[in-house]
Design a protein around this ligand. Structure first.
Ligand SMILES: [Zn+2]
Length: 464
């Protein structure tokens, strides 16, 4: 039974009675009035003590009130306090339903319980401003100016105030919209910046244990070492300390700040080489006549950076400040003596081949070893110019001859050197005596051949 309908019926009945008494004469007016007073009294009593409302939100019972007004007052108070708390308009999402009921005074909800339940069940939303990146809400803030401040702060990270930029913009589509959100969706200024710059607002810290390093920690947490380094830009991986806290959150910024600026810088201009032929040098030999010098140019370029990383550079202007100086290289044309060009070499010494060219004991043997008695003559395998004669580390007393045609020969471990640097030698000329100087276990000649700077097997030129 609906109590509102019920009370209306009582009133209808009362007015019918009243008019009937009125028609039958004044004598009965008193009885009529008495009855009317009685009925009004009962009705009022019924109103005061019987009728009430069950308040429901979303099908859930919040409490029982006598008047709708009683509840509205509490809702208003709640709205005011929330409005103050969040400093923005409050929107209650659910519809409050009143269901008529009979209720005695003691059955009515206490205002404080009612308020508690309302807060629990009433899903209210607040007016907020959302930052949308490519149409996806990434953070909502109570104030519009705060969204602007957040976006400015994100830009500032990649903007040098001392520089002048042609353009600063977000690569993604960024929009701020007015929306209504639940209060737990609201972000603070700091949180919003964290979300945008890291891609997340969560923090995940890891405590370094004894014996751990970035590599073991990365593996343990299924991250790459690079990611771990990105997550901890201020930590030197070589200087980790036990119990140090490092972040496991790899930043994936939700916004890309693009900057476009003009940059002026200098760049080297490489020099060119010019060749001049000369018959004062053997064919295949080269000599620098004039040193080259790099030049310099001033460049004005438009540089585009995404979150600080250069992604393109377009040259707008180029000005040569210093021209490069061409290198002049002399190129020999002189035909070498016949014995040189024939490739017929004599052996460097008489003796026994004890070690071949190539791999030896896990290393590469750079030449061949010819064992001979100390003091045995060592001869130039062919004509050339001595380019080194002296002590050379493991080689001991050593002679190097430039034989032309790109050939260089080396004679090591000598007991005595008989030629000097710069000296011209002929094929078969004695240049030194066999010995065991430098790194060697017995007297022998270590003999190397280089062709165009590369070690080759000497047995291609000499026979043992
Ligand atoms: Zn050797």
């Amino acid at each position: 039974m609906k109590s509102e309908e019920c009370s209306r019926n009582i009133r209808d009945r009362f007015s019918k009675y009243y008019s009937r008494f009125n028609q039958k004469g004044n004598g009965k007016i008193y009885i009529g009035l008495l009855m009317a007073t009685l009925i009004i009294g009962i009705t009022v009593f019924f109103y005061m003590n019987g009728v009430g409302y069950i308040v429901k939100i979303d099908g859930k019972e919040v409490g029982i009130v006598r008047n709708k007004e009683d509840l509205n007052k509490i809702v208003d108070a709640l709205e005011t306090s929330l409005k103050e708390k969040y400093n923005t308009d409050i929107v209650f999402d659910e519809r409050i339903i009143f269901e008529s009921t009979k209720a005695r005074d003691e059955e009515l909800s206490k205002p404080e319980n009612l308020e508690k339940n309302l807060q629990k069940f009433l899903d209210f939303k607040v007016k907020a401003y959302s930052i949308k990146v490519d149409n996806k809400i990434i953070a909502s803030l109570p104030k519009k100016e705060d969204t602007k401040k957040v976006l400015e702060a994100v830009k500032k990270v990649y903007v040098d105030e001392k520089k002048e930029y042609d353009k600063i913009y977000f690569v993604e589509k960024v929009k701020v919209d007015e929306i209504k959100v639940a209060t737990n969706q609201l972000k603070t200024y700091e949180d919003a910046i964290k979300i945008i710059s890291q891609g997340t607002e969560k923090e995940e810290l890891y405590e370094v244990q004894e014996g751990e390093n970035f590599w073991t920690i990365a593996e343990k947490n299924k991250l790459s070492v690079d990611d771990l380094m990105i997550a901890n830009p201020s930590i030197d991986p070589e200087k980790l300390q036990i119990k140090q806290k490092i972040s496991l959150v790899v930043a994936k910024p939700l916004l890309t700040v693009a900057t476009v600026e003009k940059e002026k810088y200098e760049e080297d201009i490489p020099y060119e080489s010019k060749f001049e032929e000369t018959n004062r040098l053997y064919k295949g030999d080269k000599k620098i006549k004039a040193k080259g010098q790099v030049g310099k140019k001033e460049i004005l370029a438009e540089v585009v950076r995404y979150n600080g990383t250069e992604i393109s550079k377009k040259t707008l202007e180029e000005k040569v400040v210093k021209k490069p100086k061409t290198e002049i290289v002399l190129k020999g044309t002189k035909i070498p003596p016949p014995d040189k060009s024939t490739g017929a070499f004599n052996n460097p010494t008489r003796g026994v081949l004890t070690s071949r060219f190539g791999p030896r004991w896990g290393k590469t043997h750079r030449g061949v070893d010819i064992a001979a008695k100390t003091g045995t003559p060592v001869k130039a395998v062919t004509t050339g110019i001595v380019i080194f004669s002296g002590w050379k580390g493991n080689y001991g007393n050593c002679v190097i001859i430039n034989n032309g045609n790109g050939i260089q020969t080396l004679y090591a471990h000598n007991n005595k050197l008989l030629v000097k640097k710069g000296e011209k030698v002929t094929k078969g000329q004695v240049i030194s005596l066999v010995g065991s100087t430098g790194n060697t276990t017995g007297p022998h000649v270590h003999f190397e051949v280089k062709k165009n700077g590369v070690l080759v097997n000497p047995l291609k030129y000499v026979k043992y």
